[in-house]
Design a protein around this ligand. Sequence first.
Ligand code: CO
Length: 144
Amino acid sequence: MLTRIHHVGVVVPSLEEGLRFWRDTLGMRLTKSATIEEQGVRAALLEVGGSEVELLEPLGPEGGVGKFLARRGGGLHHVCFETDDVARELADAKAKGIQLIDQAPRHGLAGMICFLHPKATRGVLVEYAQPFDDESHGANKPDK
Ligand code: CO
């Protein structure tokens, strides 16, 4: 079951520059940041009122986020729904014939995650995330 919008993903050329606006100017609270090699990003989650913004800085020009930055110069990238069971959510999406990017859940900054294909959602990249019960079990190496 989808329970809420967990975060909105925003691509930035530099995490430091992104933090200057989202954290320092808007006053959002930085809750987590990590380098996620397999997704080719440095990422940070910022919180306000129980909702989050996820900043994504590509590690290089390859990969989805790097290409997005090159093509669009950054900006709104995806919307992420929280679920209590990401594997079941993915299986449901597959059963409904929704085109997927991920065939199995994987580790992300927000927990175990997967992405639906934007072709299936009229151009909106949709992520599902099941937050870790115990954050210390996450596979991501915190930057600090
Ligand atoms: Co995300």
